[in-house]
Design a binder for this molecule. Structure first.
Ligand code: F0G
Length: 449
């Protein structure tokens, strides 16, 4: 592992500007860098780190050189052309944008043709939110049914590049399913740690079928996260939770794809669910890079929605003068976001504050009703994803989102990820963590509200 450096480029970043451009080596253009303003230590790309070894801060992958601002139109054309190419990297909605990824062009990618997900019009959900129009970016249409695949293709490609044998993660289910699939493709051993009895059967079934070793522990996701971080400490496993900055690199490309789908304009608001806060961090980074390279002229306001019983980030947003306090006993039926100690909160905070977004909470009943409404659009999603539409409804009601503004909700997981929840909701037997019964609402029938 290399020592951190302060201002100077890392050891592999030597050479003149001309040499750098000619070799076009990403090893020379990108570094890992601590995000803590008082530290900002730099590391080489192949240093096997998850946090800054000097101060413990989160790491970003950072470009040392900016793109020439006149490169943007040729990049847009190139990315569009790749959509009809047969090259494995071009068929991936992540690697299609590889000019912004920290790998050399000859890297052998571990891909399942992730990304390129639909941006749906959702008229019933729009009505429900009292908006003329609402678009849903369905990340549940990825190969393993969740947004995690866009990050995992990059993290597992990095794992193989580093020559590791075992990859590992803690998970509320989707990260586990995704990692298990990509590890299988890469022929790596895979260990996942999940909270016993607290993740959906569908997600567990995926991980088992893809051949992962599944360890269930008594405790919640946060306990699993601590356990896997310990496991990764002695390098017996490579950690690929979203604290790993290579995960964020993959997930940031969804901002590129979305901007492309919007004709290189951006919506006014982008609303995402918040759990461990990797996804909101990734959107923030993606849009920051799009703006700084001249590909779009502004970023959307990034708003994060949490379940009311698992909302440490929303509490911090309500009073940022207080220190961030983890939620010791997070509670929600949206098991994917039942997280009390989100590892990436500082990056997500940057995304929200830089873009002028906000953070709010929604109740179990609101999540369930919004989910059923997304279903009535013929789209569907898992409970965590529906926090977005529930949140948008509230933001419109409060005047934070204006009816003439364009809004995108990111659906993070597929409807079939948690069918127990669906069956219970529609049969009136869904019980919230506080013991109250969640009523199936007539509001999801058009015209009734
Ligand atoms: N939606 C779904 C469907 C998820 O699976 C997750 C996180 C989130 C939203 C929250 O995203 O953590 O980036 O803020 N699932 C992780 C997992 C924690 O283990 O599958 P985040």
């Amino acid at each position: 592992m290399g020592l951190p450096s302060d201002g100077d480029p890392p050891a592999t970043a030597g050479g003149t500007d001309n040499q750098r451009r000619m070799t076009n080596s990403k090893q020379r253009i990108f570094v890992q860098r601590c995000i803590a303003p008082e530290c900002r230590a730099k590391y080489n790309l192949d240093d096997r780190l998850y946090v800054c070894s000097r101060c413990g801060g989160l790491l970003d992958i950072e470009r040392v050189e900016d793109f020439a601002s006149d490169a943007s139109s040729s990049l847009r054309d190139l990315w569009l052309k790749r959509r009809i190419s047969a090259d494995a990297r071009d068929r991936s909605g992540v690697w299609r944008f590889r000019e912004f990824l920290p790998f050399d062009d000859d890297i052998e990618v571990v891909s399942l043709e992730e990304g390129n997900t639909p941006l749906y019009d959702a008229p019933r959900s729009a009505d429900y939110c009292r908006l003329p129009q609402l678009k849903l970016k369905h990340q549940g249409c990825n190969p393993t049914g969740s947004f995690k695949d866009t990050g995992m293709t990059v993290a597992v490609t990095q794992a193989r590049k580093l020559g590791v044998r075992t990859v590992a993660c803690a998970s509320t289910g989707n990260t586990a399913a995704s990692l298990a699939a990509y590890a299988a493709r890469a022929e790596l051993l895979c260990t996942i740690i999940v909270p016993s009895g607290q993740i959906s059967h569908a997600k567990l079934a995926q991980a088992l079928d893809y051949g992962a070793k599944v360890l269930e522990i008594d405790g919640n996701f946060d306990a699993c996260m601590n356990a896997v971080r310990e496991l990764a400490e002695d390098e017996s496993a490579y950690l690929v939770n979203s604290i790993n900055p290579f995960r964020i690199e993959g997930q940031k490309t969804v901002a590129f794809e979305l901007a492309e789908q919007f004709g290189w304009r951006v919506p006014d608001h982008l609303v995402v669910p918040g759990g461990n806060l990797g996804n909101s961090s990734a959107f923030g980074k993606g849009f920051r890079e799009l703006v700084s390279s001249g590909l779009v002229d502004r970023a959307p306001k990034i708003t994060v929605v949490q379940a009311a019983g698992a909302a440490p980030f929303a509490h911090f947003y309500a009073d940022p003068s207080q220190a961030f306090v983890n939620e010791e006993h997070p509670k929600t039926l949206a098991s994917a976001i039942k997280i009390g100690a989100p590892v990436s909160w500082q990056k997500a905070w940057r995304a929200v504050t830089e873009t002028g977004g906000s953070v709010l909470t929604v109740t179990e009943q609101e999540i369930a009703d919004a989910k059923a409404m997304i279903g009535r659009d013929g789209i569907g999603c898992e409970p965590a994803s529906a926090t977005t539409v529930a949140g948008i409804r509230k933001l419109v009601e409060d005047g934070v989102i204006k009816t003439d503004e364009s809004v995108v909700a990111v659906l993070t997981g597929h409807l079939l990820k948690d069918t127990d929840y669906v069956m219970k909701y529609h049969s009136g037997s869904l019980i919230a963590p506080d013991g109250s019964q969640i009523q199936p609402s007539s509001a999801f029938i058009r015209g009734q509200d």
